[in-house]
Ligand binder design. Structure first.
Ligand SMILES: [Zn+2]
Length: 123
C-alpha cells in the first residue's frame, strides 16, 4: 500500500485524496509550505477566534426553575438548589404547599441571578 507523503498514512490505490489530511493523491514529496501558508494549528486558531467561554444560559436556567423549581436550580447553582429545596419542603410542610407560591418564584429569581453572576465571572 502506498503512503501519503504529507501525513504518512496509508491510502488505497486509486484514492484521489488522503482520508487523513486531505492531500491530493498520488502525491510527490512536496517541499514544505512556507510557514505563512501552513494552516494554523488548532490551538492558535482557537486563540485568534477566542475560546468559547463556558457560559450558562439564563433562559435555560429560568425554564428549568419554572418547570422543576428547586431541582431546576441545579443547572446554575447547586448550593441554591439545595437551600431552596430544603426550604421549599420544610415551608410547604408547614403551609400545606401554599408557600410554594413564594418559594417557586424565588427559585426562578435566584437561578437567573446565579446564572448571570456565573457569566459575569467568566468575562
Ligand atoms: Zn495524508
Amino acid at each position: 500500500m502506498p503512503y501519503c507523503c504529507q501525513c504518512g498514512s496509508e491510502f488505497e490505490l486509486g484514492a484521489r485524496f488522503c482520508k487523513d489530511c486531505g492531500m491530493t493523491l498520488p502525491c510527490v514529496v512536496a517541499p514544505r509550505l512556507p510557514a505563512w501558508m501552513e494552516p494554523a494549528p488548532a490551538a492558535v486558531r482557537a486563540h485568534v477566534a477566542g475560546p468559547l467561554p463556558p457560559h450558562k444560559s439564563v433562559i435555560v436556567a429560568a425554564l428549568l426553575a419554572i418547570l422543576f423549581g428547586p431541582l431546576g436550580m441545579i443547572y446554575s447553582t447547586l448550593m441554591g438548589a439545595l437551600v431552596m429545596l430544603t426550604a421549599s419542603v420544610i415551608l410547604a410542610g408547614f403551609t400545606e404547599g401554599t408557600s410554594l407560591l413564594i418559594t417557586w418564584p424565588a427559585c426562578i429569581l435566584w437561578t437567573v441571578i446565579a446564572a448571570r453572576i456565573y457569566n459575569e465571572d467568566r468575562r
